[in-house]
Ligand binder design. Structure first.
Ligand code: S3P
Length: 187
């Protein structure tokens, strides 16, 4: 069985999609993947699904087709994934900015905003160089600008979790507890 598939011994049942939103470096995939493993749910990453559908890396989609084309692919991929049985989904940082995607998510998912301080985002993003938006200038300045415009929108998510420099386990536990309290995860 594939690593990200639920195992037969799973007891907890996810009632609704759980979708991670937030800026680049906030830990959406790292925490989302661990939450999924903890509750034996499927995990998907919208960036990975876009790359699979396009047959190329995100950086190349931006270079060859442009950001607008990437955004429409992102919207389509997320809508398709939400048509599947409940899963844990990590989205790219810009996905939740799309009004259509936000509307679909509000109907079909519990959204979790991974909120992080600028210093944390800068430090984490510096570890990898694959993000096209951070290559157009100084990453700190770009991330600060994105925080200013996007944070008020991310704040519309159902759940906010502070993503700190601490063991993943702390955020994972808090999210799983919250999902149980909301009735999104039974038992
Ligand atoms: C983007 C974030 C990236 C990726 C693309 C654009 C954004 O995903 O979707 O480079 O607009 O914030 P991560 O947030 O997973 O890095």
């Amino acid at each position: 069985m594939a690593k990200d598939q639920p195992s037969a011994k799973s007891q907890a049942v996810l009632q609704r999609h759980v979708v991670f939103v937030g800026l680049m470096g906030a830990g959406k995939s790292a925490i989302g993947r661990r939450v999924a493993a903890r509750i034996d749910a499927r995990f998907r990453d919208s960036d990975v699904e876009i790359e699979k559908a396009a047959g190329m890396r995100i950086a190349d989609i931006f270079t060859i087709h442009g950001e607008a084309e990437f955004r429409s692919g992102e919207r389509r991929v997320i809508a398709r994934l939400l048509g599947e049985p409940p899963m844990v989904l990590a989205t790219g940082g810009g996905a939740y900015m799309d009004p259509e995607t936000r509307e679909v998510l509000s109907r079909h998912a519990t959204t979790v905003w991974m909120r992080a301080e600028l210093d944390v985002l800068v430090k984490r993003c510096a570890k990898r160089s694959h993000r096209p938006l951070l290559k157009t200038g100084d990453p700190r300045t770009i991330l600060a600008g994105l925080m200013a415009t996007r944070d008020p929108v991310y704040a519309q998510a159902d759940v906010t979790i502070d993503s700190r420099e601490e063991p993943h386990e702390i955020a994972v536990r808090s999210i799983v507890e919250t999902l149980r309290d909301r009735g999104d995860l039974i038992p």
